[in-house]
Design a protein around this ligand. Structure first.
Ligand code: CTP
Length: 412
């Protein structure tokens, strides 16, 4: 957003226990310079009073569709036009269902139908409700219509259970929302190819060699690139994640298949981001039948798998801006810098891995290096770091292209 005036956020609060965090959310948004107009559903008022949210937002809270004096001051249609973005936090299962049906039976759902600005929802509910097929279908439908779904996070829940369904923390929501407004369209018109997840190298029909990778970081990067306006092709190894809406997803298994799919997607690409944990070696031969445990020792000959990242960085024609990832257990910066230079990348994203770090976790921490630059993106959830990374890639790529002699770096 280029507008010099403060960002205007319409914050919808629905009736979930996480509503108690919304005064903090309002405070975080205002700290970052935004104006916040709160709209509460009737259910929300059971968890927090309008007076509290009025005090922290500095504006009378709206809740009814039939409030004559409030409508007189600013009608609900004007309110829908006033906002730069609508954030619904917490968004209950019931609210998501009503939004997906296009209901307009209270002020908040009416505003969501009437507005033409981005709508973001931060779901919060019991893990079984979040996992229910009805909620999954409602969320998929909303995503297909362009509603951004922030979270939920996994962890301990107010109901005493543990699982996915916690609302993201207020500080993270504020950064995600305002960051998105600022960076909106920073990759508009660009094509981004991203690899994600592990690869599997077959040993026999029932066994394979693989790397530890949930694919969460790569999928978050794909969603962030999409949100920044890019056309995204995601080439993914086997993971248990739904394809991000609005992203072209190509499923592969082995490093060779990933190599072929990435290169097939590459023509016209402006940026390649290799987040995949690609196998470096594959069995020299794949047994056609299941290997039986007859011998005391078993030896499997391995041969090098193709280096996808290196092959793209070495392209002479149509070379995109090439971003690699370096997962390291020690000497993080040193090893990452070696990969940046050795593979002649434009940028490398280093993350410390090991037991309890990065793998299968919701959080990560990233250090980014490029020729003449270094930025610590800090620690945080994978979606939050992905947003920051995409913003950085857009600005570093822009600076490289503006620099004299940019063509020599191989920029297409
Ligand atoms: N990568 C790739 N193809 C491979 C291996 C890795 O494209 N066959 C990419 C990964 O997607 C990642 C980067 O290379 O972006 C770094 O991967 P990593 O395994 O950490 O580095 P390697 O170069 O394989 O070095 P090493 O395993 O010795 O640390």
């Amino acid at each position: 957003m280029n507008s010099p005036r403060p960002a205007r956020i319409l914050l919808g609060v629905t009736g979930g226990i996480a509503a108690y965090k919304t005064p903090d959310l309002v405070r975080r948004l205002r700290e970052r310079g935004a104006e916040v107009q709160v709209v509460m559903t009737r259910g929300a008022t059971n968890f927090i009073t309008p007076l509290t949210l009025q005090a922290v937002s500095g504006r009378p809270v709206r809740s009814g569709l039939w409030d004559e004096s409030a409508e007189g001051a600013m009608s609900h249609i004007e309110l829908a036009r006033w906002a730069d973005a609508v954030l619904v936090a917490p968004a209950t299962a019931d609210f998501l269902a009503r939004l997906s049906c296009g209901n307009a039976d209270d002020l908040l759902t009416t505003l969501c139908l009437a507005t033409e600005v981005p709508i973001l929802v931060a779901p919060a509910m019991n893990r079984a409700m979040w996992a229910h097929a009805a909620t999954r279908a409602n969320v998929a439908l909303l995503e297909s219509r362009g509603v951004a779904v922030l979270g939920p996070a996994a962890g301990e829940q107010a109901c005493g259970e543990t699982g996915e369904g916690r609302m993201l923390e207020p500080a993270e929501l504020a950064e995600l929302l305002l960051g998105r407004l600022r960076r909106e369209r920073s990759l508009a018109g660009l094509k981004v190819v991203i690899s994600a997840g592990p690869t599997r190298e077959r040993i026999d029909p029932v066994r394979f060699i693989s790397n530890r990778s949930s694919g969460k970081m790569g999928y978050a990067v794909a969603a962030a690139a999409r949100d920044a306006g890019a056309r995204v092709v995601l080439v993914s190894g086997p993971v248990a994640l739904p394809a991000p809406a609005g992203v072209e997803c190509i499923g592969v298994e082995s490093a060779e298949q990933m190599y072929a799919a990435v290169h097939a997607a590459l023509p016209g690409a402006d940026i390649y981001i290799g987040t995949a944990a690609v196998a470096d070696y594959r069995p020299a031969a794949v047994a056609t039948q299941k290997i039986k445990k007859t011998a005391e020792n078993l030896r499997i000959d391995l041969v090098r798998a193709p280096d996808i990242l290196g092959s793209i960085a070495a392209l002479r024609d149509g070379r995109p801006f090439v971003v690699g990832f370096a997962a390291e257990t020690e000497k993080l910066e040193e090893h990452a810098r070696q990969k940046l230079l050795g593979k002649r990348l434009d940028m490398i994203v280093a993350n410390q891995v090991g037991d309890g770090l990065a793998f299968d976790c919701e959080d990560n921490s990233l250090l980014v290096l490029w020729n003449g630059g270094r930025e610590d993106l800090g620690a945080g959830s994978k979606p939050l770091l992905a947003e920051r990374l995409i913003g950085l890639i857009a600005s570093v790529r822009g600076a490289v292209r503006r620099a004299p002699g940019a063509a020599a770096s191989g920029e297409a």
